[in-house]
Design a binder for this molecule. Structure first.
Ligand code: SF4
Length: 227
């Protein structure tokens, strides 16, 4: 189900993108390994998000990880360092994984969208939620990563990743922590660690409670891992 997004002329996401193509034609497009896939993704211009960024932030982790975590998109730090989950949200994720008893090197981490979507506020780059067209354009890279890693368990982090894999009717607050089967894999949706960093007491959000709930969801995922 992999069809490499275009790497030729820049295209707007408003143009029709044949990213899912014909499965029979595209099956042979799957590169032999993640390094080859990463190299191919580095030149992706299938949507406009590649502009004004450092580059494609590809997934990271063991090539045969039992657990794959899918976030939304790289942030400012991730774009600058060209690695996923290396900013404040990544540090919180590391802390939660540790508390849940999951080794970071047992988990592959990636994003539904692989370029940083932002707007400028002065010189600062402010995160913008990716649009459905960005997620659709980027989906073949995620599908290819999953096809190569073949994890036992998928963990979606946040609403964008949940919708990317489970459809637009996915609701994070109602469905988080509930395991389900997705393409022969177990999938557990949970919140994005950045939501914990943004916890707002004025809206009844308690950071410690949110962190504990996040760790509980990670433990659900850990319980689904087989030896
Ligand atoms: S966000 Fe995804 S689809 Fe868009 S240019 Fe980057 S890698 Fe390609």
């Amino acid at each position: 189900m992999f069809s490499a997004p275009g790497s030729g002329h820049p295209r707007s996401v408003t143009e029709p993108l044949d990213v899912f193509g014909d499965a029979a034609d595209t099956a042979t497009d799957l590169p032999p390994d993640l390094d080859a896939l990463r190299a191919r993704a580095a030149g992706c211009t299938a949507c406009e998000l590649y502009r004004d960024t450092t580059g494609t932030v590809f997934g990271s982790g063991p090539p045969r990880a039992r657990l794959v975590m899918v976030g939304e998109q790289p942030g400012d730090q991730e774009d600058r360092q060209q690695a996923p989950f290396v900013g404040p949200a990544g540090r919180l994720l590391d802390e939660a994984l540790d508390e849940a008893g999951i080794a970071r090197d047992d988990a592959y981490v990636t994003n539904a969208v692989k370029h940083f979507n932002f707007r400028y506020q002065g010189k600062r780059r402010i995160h913008e939620t990716p649009k459905a067209g960005h997620i659709k354009a980027c989906r073949p890279w995620l599908d290819a990563e999953l096809a190569l890693v073949e994890p036992q368990v998928l963990l979606t982090l946040g609403a964008t990743a949940g919708k990317a894999l489970l459809g637009s009717s996915f609701r994070i607050t109602a469905e988080r922590g509930e395991p389900r089967t997705w393409n022969d894999m177990a999938l557990v949706p949970t919140i994005h660690p950045s939501a914990i960093l943004r916890a707002d007491p004025a809206r009844g959000q308690d950071r410690d409670e949110m962190f504990a709930g996040f760790v509980a969801d990670l433990r659900v995922a850990r319980g689904l891992l087989r030896d």
